[in-house]
Structure formats: structure tokens, C-alpha cells
Ligand binder design. Structure first.
Ligand SMILES: [Zn+2]
Length: 264
């Protein structure tokens, strides 16, 4: 991480002297806010103000834990490397754009300077005042754009170099978070599959149980029917035997019994 660049960015966002917080949080996780305050020699409220400004752009995140003894919450802060790099990227792109705008007007427009007041104005303003200084009435001289053009070009080149560094780091960080995101996703998929498999198995077991109990039911019904039939047959045979009497009738009854027992 370009700590120096981030330091400057934090100062732009949260005010002069606040950039030190970057060095304190860099490469650390869940830093106690009281520790930050101590290191920066600021009050806890001043530190929180800085951190709230940074968290508005998600450059920092926090967790909070209740202090068991004192009963209040303590916040623990972590820099978000990816968000910091992305914010740096957009800030540098913005700076390049505005410098390129300035360069464009230096290359295409005329500027005038009052050498006694060291004030420079654009052509429109110079024309407005009849090419004499607003302050001292001296005659404006045409500015030499060579030096400012060279300076702006150098600035742009320097920022572009930093932007390249940021792009490189951002790529690494994004690849890393993509990998961990995919890992978490596949873990989730695995858990999901395990869950559906479990449900499938449970359903299959339930279905089998139902089928088994139906089969059992059928068996019981068959048994009962058989019993009833047997009883009825016995009764009928008894009646026939009683009515007819003798062996002849008995054999007839047996025949009847056999026949009736055959029916299921
Ligand atoms: Zn002047």
C-alpha cells in the first residue's frame, strides 16, 4: 500500500495532522480507539471524528465490544485496503483531470501578469481592465507559459506514476478478495448440497416407512379376512353335519370346507 499517498488523502479528507492515523492502522486489524487516541495524542472524540469522516467513504470499518468493567462500548477500527486504494485511484484521476484542464488553458490561452504585484490574470480579465493592473494600475505584461506548462506536465507525470502503482496494488487486492469470495461461495454451495441431500434422504426414508406400513396393513387385513372366513366355514360345516348326520354327510361337509377354505 502507498502509505504516504493514503496519508495525504486522509489529510485532504479529514484535515491537517490527521494523516498519522494511517500509519497507526496500516497492516493492523481491530485497533482499539483508545490506543489510537493515545498514539495521536488526541481525545477519544477527536479520534472518532476523524474515523467517522473516513468511514463515510468506507475507508475504515469497525467492530464494537462492550467493556465489561466500565459498561460502555469500545470501537475497534480496521483500514479497508481495497476501499482505500479505490478512493486513492479516483482522487488521483480527479487531480490528473484538473491538471490537464489547466495545461490545456496554458497551451491555448494567454495570461497577463503585473510584475509589481505578482498577480496573474486571464486574457478576459486583463481586457476588462484595459490591460492595466487592478491593484496598482501598472501595465500588464504577457505571461511566459513555458515554465507553468513544464511544471504542470511534470506534476501530471508524477501523479500518473502513482496511479500506475495504485492500479497494480488494487489488482492484487481485488484478486485476493475475489479468491476468498469464491472460496466462501463454494463452501456455501457445498453446505447447501449437503442440506438438500439430507432432505432427500429423509424424504426417501419417510416414503419407505409409509409404503412398509401400507404393506403391513394389507397383511393384517388379509389375516383378519382369513380368520373370519375360517370361522364362517367352520360354522357352516357344523350346521351341515348336524342337519345331515352320518359319514356320508361328513365327507360332504369336508368337501365343502375345502372348497370354502380355498376362497381367499
Ligand atoms: Zn499591480
Amino acid at each position: 500500500m502507498q502509505v504516504k499517498l493514503l496519508h495525504d488523502l486522509v489529510e485532504e479528507m479529514a484535515g491537517e495532522g490527521t494523516g498519522r492515523i494511517v500509519e497507526i492502522l496500516f497492516r493492523k486489524k481491530d485497533v482499539n480507539e483508545f490506543l489510537i487516541a493515545k498514539k495521536m495524542e488526541l481525545t477519544i472524540n477527536q479520534v472518532r471524528n476523524i474515523l467517522y469522516k473516513l468511514s463515510a467513504d468506507n475507508l475504515v470499518s469497525f467492530i464494537r465490544k462492550k467493556d465489561k468493567r466500565k459498561g460502555w462500548y469500545i470501537y475497534y477500527w480496521t483500514l479497508d485496503a481495497e476501499k482505500c486504494l479505490a478512493k486513492l485511484e479516483s482522487s488521483l484521476i480527479g487531480k490528473i483531470a484538473s491538471l490537464e484542464g489547466a495545461l490545456g488553458s496554458r497551451e491555448t490561452k494567454r495570461f497577463y501578469v503585473c510584475k509589481s504585484c505578482d498577480i496573474e490574470v486571464g486574457e478576459e480579465k486583463a481586457l476588462e481592465h484595459g490591460f492595466s493592473c487592478e491593484e496598482c494600475a501598472d501595465i500588464y505584461e504577457l505571461s511566459d507559459n513555458t515554465k507553468p506548462i513544464r511544471e504542470v506536465k511534470m506534476k501530471i507525470a508524477r501523479i500518473k506514476k502513482n496511479l500506475d502503482l495504485i492500479h497494480g496494488e488494487l489488482e492484487v487486492v481485488r484478486k485476493k478478495s475475489e479468491t476468498s469470495r469464491k472460496r466462501a461461495e463454494s463452501k456455501l454451495d457445498k453446505e447447501k448440497k449437503e442440506k438438500t441431500d439430507l432432505i432427500k434422504t429423509a424424504r426417501a426414508v419417510a416414503r419407505k416407512n409409509i409404503a412398509d406400513s401400507k404393506k403391513e396393513e394389507k397383511k393384517v387385513v388379509k389375516k383378519v379376512v382369513k380368520k373370519v372366513v375360517k370361522k364362517v366355514v367352520k360354522k357352516v360345516v357344523k350346521k351341515v353335519v348336524k342337519k345331515a348326520g352320518g359319514e356320508k354327510s361328513l365327507s360332504l361337509a369336508n368337501k365343502l370346507k375345502k372348497k370354502l377354505s380355498g376362497t381367499k
